[in-house]
Write a protein that binds this ligand. Structure first.
Ligand code: AMP
Ligand code: MG
Length: 318
């Protein structure tokens, strides 16, 4: 039986025992283990059915820990860390040899971040080691933003989900790598490009889908519901094409379409992109659970977090 509980001491015991648990963060729930325990890390890959070429993000509680694990901090990385940590920003930095190869998939860089969630921070402070914590979903499936999502996925294969409520941001971290000290955006996420550029100026963007990508969160198909899904600009036309099917419709704000033919989920009545981001995965989980023939999602405005949401919807619809 998986325990769902806010008992941090219990979480500490399980992690000290080289086992893994799910933890809350402000982005999504993570499947966490001691970065220095090969046993725990192998278990993360096994439970997630994650390919070993897909590196894990290392979670710290304090920037003071950074020096121990990375060998270089480009000036732009320092500016971004100062601006956004604790928060939903992952920096890809040159690693020191203490970081095991299995964490980084053999790369000479490591992804690091300080999560902005009181339960995660309090847990990390009580441990002698950082936590690797990829999203707590089976490979390619919708990320979890509630403890119940994790429980549904993993049932008895993990001992504990550390309860931390619903994830506030609800989208994975934004990932920034460095090319000769110049920041490069590798994955869109909870922090918009505009926010990043307000700190370091215009940045290069390299988040296109590949089969063996630099940031495997960028695989073409990812974050997917099991129901067939389409991402469209013109909902009315597509609804017409699927007339005789059981349709789930996912829209950004309220819509004028004929309510009788679709189960409708609205991400933000008031058109707030932050609210839409925070609800996205929970809404996909809901739609996926109601036995529809097809989910039709409407593309969001291509600005700010709208870009990150569209990125996830595109991969979900592959
Ligand atoms: P998840 O925690 O499931 O959102 O996945 C973590 C993502 O971080 C992976 O999909 C990678 O794209 C990215 N990542 C972690 N470490 C590195 C690294 N050293 N280089 C590039 N990307 C990384
Ligand atoms: Mg993931």
């Amino acid at each position: 039986m998986t325990i769902i509980s806010g008992d941090i001491n219990k979480a500490v015991d399980i992690l000290n025992d080289e086992d893994i648990i799910a933890i809350p963060t402000e982005t999504v729930y993570g499947l966490a283990g001691n970065i220095y325990s090969e046993k725990a890390i192998r278990r993360i890959f096994e439970v997630k059915e994650r390919p070993l070429y897909n590196p894990l993000i290392v979670h710290l509680h304090s920037i003071i820990q950074l020096d121990g694990i990375v060998s270089e901090i480009p000036p732009a990385a320092q500016l971004l860390a100062d601006a956004f940590w604790p928060g939903s920003l992952t920096l890809i930095l040159k690693k020191k040899s203490v970081i095991p190869d299995i964490i980084t998939a053999g790369k000479d860089t490591v992804g690091v971040r300080i999560p902005n969630h009181p339960v995660a921070l309090s847990l990390l402070r009580q441990l002698e080691f950082p936590l690797a914590a990829p999203s707590a979903n089976p490979f390619n499936r919708i990320s979890p933003t509630k403890s119940s999502h994790v429980e549904n996925y993993f049932k008895d294969s993990i001992k504990m989900v550390l309860e931390g409520g619903e994830c506030k941001n609800g989208l994975e971290s934004t990932i920034i790598g460095f090319d000769d000290e110049e920041p490069v955006l590798l994955r869109l996420g909870s922090i918009s490009i505009e926010e990043i550029e307000s700190i370091v100026g215009k940045i290069k963007i390299n988040n296109k889908a590949e089969t063996a990508p630099d940031a495997p969160g960028m695989l073409a198909k990812h974050y997917s519901p099991q129901t067939k899904m389409y991402l469209v600009d013109d909902v009315a036309q597509v609804l017409d094409e699927h007339k005789n099917k059981k349709i789930g419709l996912l829209t950004f704000t309220d819509t004028e379409v004929d309510y009788t033919i679709a189960h409708i989920e609205v991400l933000s009545e008031s058109g707030d992109l932050k609210e839409a981001a925070s609800k996205l995965y929970n809404t996909l989980h809901k739609l996926d659970a109601i036995d529809l023939d097809v989910i039709i999602a409407q593309r969001l405005p291509d600005i700010g977090l709208g870009k990150s949401i569209n990125d996830r919807l595109e991969r979900a619809a592959k």
